[in-house]
Design a protein around this ligand. Structure first.
Ligand code: ATP
Ligand code: MG
Length: 574
């Protein structure tokens, strides 16, 4: 008992930690972080997208929170804790009660009043601001919280990475003018950079489309991982990085080659996809055009891309006359537009047609003939159809030129772990949040919002740091710094004495120590230590002790090595 009192709260005996690890990979887990978090006993699923953080997992969450809190405090932000449940009236004021759609979990109380479980807190914080802030003298101010959010995601998946209930750090800045907002935004940009560096993660800052929240400048922080849901386009030489969603493409330079073929209608029975077309005609997708008919505001619109390119829905939605959200035309609309599914093409259309920039220099291409089982080959602009009006319609691909810069783009996958946003006066205007300026005039507050996915970071860190045996924690995130594995603990007095001694010594030195005091085979203990991913492992055995030695291995080392018993503290002390 006495020993327990002197030992730091962070240290634990395995036998008292209630940890259950799993040997088998749970079938429901698609990505490695989800599999390992379940196997290591970090989380347990309650229902779709909703998880319990078990003691081991919660330690990692707390470590993330501590670093986030320290850096936000350092940047001058003030911690608050807002309610999770928010009245519908606030969301009606901002207009988002109707706009937010299915993501918003709506609830009602016993008096039939409507509420939502907060997916984000712009409304609540703007309500605070309009009540608390009266004068420019109270500015600048930045309030943040670390709190549970709920978003009724269409496809909750990847465990805590895309959950319905999750923990977010959200911060909101208020300034008198655009310069103030710019400075507040820059402070958060720098604080986020410090946070992700301290967390020991490899990340990229990318330009982002401002998407639904609406407003001005916006950047995302992505942890780089092959399993990431987001595609990032970057060029290190140029310093360019952007979410593929918002990366611009340019009209190609140079001349279009002259036409060398005649226009010819060819039979293409049952050929409804670009792949089938290429196979049928023996051409490359780069010689074909893909024509998509989408619903328009008053009449359908044709969007035409090179066959191998993908439509970017964010860009398409911004085109005048295109209905938002982007909706593919149904059979009836296609008929009205004078075409059929699978065989649409821009020749002879009298609906608005937008071509992607990339088709500008194409000649002798293949297009649908607007009748079942037929395409045209040898089609050319200027001769068979008008000169193309080109716009930016597609996703960038590897090798595209850097927009507005030098060099070519590379693509990577990322997990969005942070997002910073200049909102401007969107919410202050909708909700009437004003202060008096130096001249005694009322001014709308300039607002920024800044999110970090606390619980998503835990999963993202594992995606980036694991091997075939389990998690490999970066030091700043690990639930325990060191695991002591005694061999034959229950049969050898010498082993027990040294293991207990080490435990007390290392814990007293401030390390988070896990003492594996289970009466289990060494193989079981080693496998669990590797699965859980603890950076340092010390093995205490009779054989080693005969030479006054322990066996040490870092989780990243291929082999263990012997060290003197006395060296342990020096080796591990931070
Ligand atoms: P996503 O594009 O991944 O759906 P978002 O852009 O809608 O995320 P934001 O509103 O920017 O998310 O929220 C701030 C941060 O909260 C995100 O950067 C992300 O790290 C985290 N986050 C958002 N949705 C989830 C979720 N369903 N599960 C876990 N974390 C999430
Ligand atoms: Mg975001």
């Amino acid at each position: 008992m006495r020993a327990c009192q002197t030992i730091g709260e962070q240290s634990m005996r395995y036998s008292q930690f209630g940890l259950t690890t799993l040997k088998e990979t749970p079938a429901e887990a698609e990505v490695v972080s989800h599999q390992l978090m379940l196997r290591a006993g970090m989380i347990r699923r309650l229902t779709s997208g909703i998880f319990t953080w078990m003691p081991l997992g919660l330690r990692v969450v707390r470590r993330v929170e501590t670093i986030v809190r320290e850096e936000l405090d350092r940047a001058g932000a003030l911690e608050v804790l807002m309610p999770a449940v928010q009245p519908a009236e606030l969301w009606q004021e901002s207009g988002r009660w109707d706009e937010y759609g299915g993501l918003l979990l709506r609830i009602s109380d016993r008096h039939d009043r409507n509420f939502c479980f907060g997916p984000t807190h712009e409304e609540v914080i703007t309500d605070i601001a309009r009540r608390e802030l009266k004068s420019y003298k109270q500015l600048p101010i930045n309030w943040y919280q670390i709190q549970t959010k709920f978003r009724d995601e269409i496809r909750p998946r990847f465990g805590v990475m895309r959950a319905r209930e999750f923990v977010m750090k959200d911060a909101y800045s208020f300034d008198l003018d655009a310069d103030g907002l710019e400075a507040a935004y820059q402070r958060m940009h720098d604080a986020y950079t410090a946070i992700f560096e301290r967390l020991g993660l490899s990340f990229r800052i990318v330009d982002a489309d401002s998407g639904e929240i609406g407003g001005n400048r916006s950047q995302e922080f992505h942890v780089i991982a092959d399993s990431g849901e987001d595609a990032i386009a970057y060029c290190d030489a140029d310093g360019y990085a952007s979410n593929v969603e918002s990366a611009a493409t340019l009209r190609p330079v140079g001349e279009r080659p002259a036409a060398t073929h005649d226009l010819e209608k060819v039979a293409t029975p049952g050929v409804r996809t670009i792949e089938a077309l290429c196979e049928h005609l023996g051409v490359s997708a780069t010689q074909t055009l893909k024509t998509l008919i989408v619903e328009g505001v008053d009449r359908p619109v044709a969007l035409v891309l090179r066959g191998d390119h993908d439509l970017n829905t964010v860009k398409a939605q911004k085109i005048n006359g295109v209905a938002s959200p982007l909706t593919m035309a149904d059979g009836k609309t296609l008929e009205a537009a004078g075409t059929v599914a699978g065989f649409a093409g821009p020749i002879g259309f009298d609906i608005p047609v937008y071509f992607d920039h990339a088709v500008a220099n194409m000649a002798d291409f293949v297009v649908g003939a607007n009748e079942t089982d037929a395409h045209y080959t040898g089609a050319n602009f200027g001769r068979d159809l008008g000169e193309p009006e080109t716009v930016d319609l597609r996703n960038v691909v590897e090798g595209d030129p850097v927009p507005g810069g030098q060099g070519t783009l590379e693509l990577a996958r990322g997990i969005e772990v942070g997002h910073i946003f200049q909102l401007g006066t969107k919410y202050s205007e909708a909700m009437g949040a004003r202060v008096l300026d130096q001249d005694g005039k009322e001014r709308l507050l300039e607002m920024g919002c800044y999110g970090i996915g606390i619980t998503r970071i835990v999963a993202a860190a594992i995606e980036q740091n694991h091997d075939e045996n389990g998690i490999v924690w970066p030091d700043p995130l690990t639930p325990f710094d060191v695991v002591i594995v005694p061999i034959n603990l229950h049969r050898s007095d010498a082993v027990r004495e040294v293991a207990e001694d080490l435990y007390e010594q290392l814990a007293t030195a401030g390390l988070a120590v896990l003492l594996d005091d289970r009466d289990a085979r060494p193989g079981v203990k080693f496998a669990d230590a590797e699965l859980i991913g603890i950076p340092h492992r010390l093995v205490v055995s009779d054989r080693g002790l005969a030479n006054g030695e322990l066996e040490y291995r870092h989780r990243r080392d291929p082999e263990s090595r012997n060290i003197k018993r006395e060296e342990a503290l020096n080796l591990l002390a931070r």
